[in-house]
Write a protein that binds this ligand. Sequence first.
Ligand SMILES: [Zn+2]
Length: 362
Amino acid sequence: MAQHFWLHSKSVSLTGANIANFSDEEARYFLARMRWGDDGTQVCPKCGVVDRHHDIKSRCQWSCKHCGRRFSVTTGTPFADFKIGYPRLLLAIFAFVVNQKGIAALALRRLIGGQYRTSYTLLQKIREAVMLTMPREPLSGVVEVDGGHFAGKRRKGRKLKEEKGPAEIPMKYRKPQHRTKVSNSAFPHHPNRRIVLVLREVFPAGAGKGAARTRVAVIRNENTADIEALVKRYVAKRSTIRSDELPAYGNLKLLGYFHESVNHSVEFSTDDGVNQNQAESYFSRLRRAFIGVYHKITPRYMLDYASEMAWREDVRRRDTLTQMGLLFRRVCESGLSTDWLNYCRGNKRLSELLFVAEAASA
Ligand SMILES: [Zn+2]
């Protein structure tokens, strides 16, 4: 049997020990190479000219040869206002990449030091950038579509306590009974429950293992309008959609797609090999991150976490250095953060990013 990718020496192209030995200057050039490539040129954020601009080493900046604008390797990116130094920023990106089920802000803080809120906003800005730069070009070939329920978990034993004790003692001073378990079906809809809908393009036979590209969205429930709008947005016509047998997927043939379904209450894979293993693989990673790392995720930031895990799935077989480069370029592309800029001064996202079909088509 072939060796697993992550056991291969090529997969570990950079280690934390390498980064720990970086000077400020080395870390700065390392980030510059990840952002602008290996040829020693930089892109001026003001006039956009690509050149070997004047290097002002004492200020860790470049000065544009054409317009004179001074800029650093993080100018115009969500990292612009971080004052933690380039070696620690590099270490934070490294830690984000190598913790494949996500990394908690408290754990990152133990690695890079500083205040908790620095680590927290740094991670949130990376997630936001990944979410904002999710590619829009359509998936094609065989695409698995599935929804997973997240957040809003009901506590077990949620039956209201029945007070015990003599009737002459007022109710609020009586001892509560043990709470009795009530089945989940008694409370089907918790207000915080959301569906993460995932669309994953499966590699054609021989081209690779598993899924190639992933798109995600957060919806209120698996309804026809939202699912059809998302399929139209993210999947090219005449592709094959694989889903379960929910009625919401029933009309996809009318929209110009081929449709294969698998009845999960009977089998996980049909005799013809129709299954949703790649969608399940994504949910597995997201669920483990929810349970094992982040513990609680609210609807307001659910799309950020879902996008983070989609990115992790898509780069799962790239070596560490490549992953860091891909991530840093995505973060640079996203521009200045909107929801996390000045977070410490009270700025924050005001509502959740829920996909609604009518709003999307309007
Ligand atoms: Zn310029």
